[in-house]
Design a protein around this ligand. Structure first.
Ligand code: FE2
Ligand code: FE2
Length: 342
């Protein structure tokens, strides 16, 4: 993947340090350069900078030495950006988590996560796709989603070595499915790439990075934040459970919208595959993974709910901004280096 265009001083510092293979000295007080009104939930500059430093743990960038993954200055910069982001995510999630813990006390974690899901409102983008979206809008949505879906489930793999026993066995089973059940051509990321290509979109990993708005990068970054920090493993599992438990029905609606618009079958197949798969994954994630993890480590309970709320709230932000853009006659993508309107 090529390094992206910077969107402000923080991403310019990170991208510049990687592009020129320079020492990243001076990144330590990166946040000092942030725009005073920057919202750590969605800021384009912050989230591009953070996305780029996280990417060093996945596939990396063309021409960038893989050893930069452990560059202490880049890690320090990452921690500083993460701290701002995590603080905002926790502030947003806290009321929902407190309410569910207050009302449902010691109920099983699956029931509690289901209550978090019922408590967080968000727009139904899949319903819009099913009934009203144009083909161009669906293609924009696919390009937007490709940032995560071309590495579908990869962040979650980082959580496996942090678990043991029943939760680990169940998570490995779920990941096995996401990774095609032993068949490279059935890797979910590969099914999605096939769908992109059939629609005339670029299936290359990271191809739409420059066009992804900050709120989309933030959704990706939330997952990396939770999955790459062992202290947040409970939240990573709650995030996964909320994702899987809110996927099957929306995938059915997306598949139906894709049929309505006569978009290629390959794209339809990706979503159709997830109608059944995620109905199963929902139960595995809620009961076998989150339930077993909390049984083994009761102290993880509140973090599981935190992760669920983080997923639902970041998803709601992206859904709202996507539908707003379309309602205003704009694309839900941005042009390279352009900041999205607040
Ligand atoms: Fe999947
Ligand atoms: Fe799934």
């Amino acid at each position: 993947m090529r390094l992206p265009h910077a969107r402000g001083p923080m991403s310019a510092a990170v991208v510049g340090a990687l592009r020129d293979d320079l020492s990243a000295d001076g990144l330590a007080d990166l946040w000092r350069h942030a725009h005073p009104a920057a919202d750590p939930r969605t800021d384009d500059d912050l989230h591009l900078a953070l996305w780029v430093v996280y990417e060093l743990h996945y596939r990396g960038f063309d021409g960038v030495d893989p050893a930069r993954e452990w560059d202490p200055e880049l890690l320090r910069a990452r921690l500083m950006l993460e701290e701002r982001f995590e603080e905002a995510l926790r502030a947003d999630a806290a009321p929902v988590v407190a309410q569910v813990l207050g009302e449902l006390g010691d109920a099983d974690p699956a029931t509690q996560v289901e209550r978090v899901i019922a408590s967080v409102d968000g727009p139904d983008v899949s319903r819009f796709v099913q009934r009203e979206a144009t083909a161009d809008q669906v293609l924009e949505l696919m390009a937007q989603r490709s940032l995560y879906t071309l590495k579908e489930s990869d962040p979650t793999s980082f959580v496996l070595p942090r678990l043991d026993g029943a939760a680990k066995a169940a998570l490995a089973e779920l990941q096995y499915d996401e990774y095609g059940g032993g068949r490279a051509d059935r890797l979910h990321a590969t099914l999605f790439a096939r769908g992109l290509e059939a629609c005339g979109l670029d299936p290359t990993y990271g191809a739409y990075l420059d066009q992804a708005p900050g709120h989309v990068l933030a959704g990706n970054n939330a997952m990396s934040l939770l999955c790459l920090n062992r202290r947040l493993r409970g939240a990573a599992l709650g995030h996964l459970a909320a994702f899987e438990a809110t996927s099957s029905l929306p995938c059915r609606k997306l598949a139906s919208g894709i049929r309505r618009l006569e978009l290629p079958d390959e794209l339809w197949e990706y979503f159709d595959e997830h109608v059944e798969a995620d109905a199963v994954h929902e139960q595995v994630a809620l009961r076998s993974i989150c339930g077993a993890a909390v049984d083994a480590e009761p102290a993880l309970r509140a973090d599981v709910l935190l992760g669920a709320a983080v997923y639902l709230q970041t998803e709601a932000t992206t859904g709202t901004r996507t539908l707003d853009a379309w309602q205003q006659g704009r694309s839900c993508l941005v042009s390279a280096g352009e900041a999205v309107p607040a």
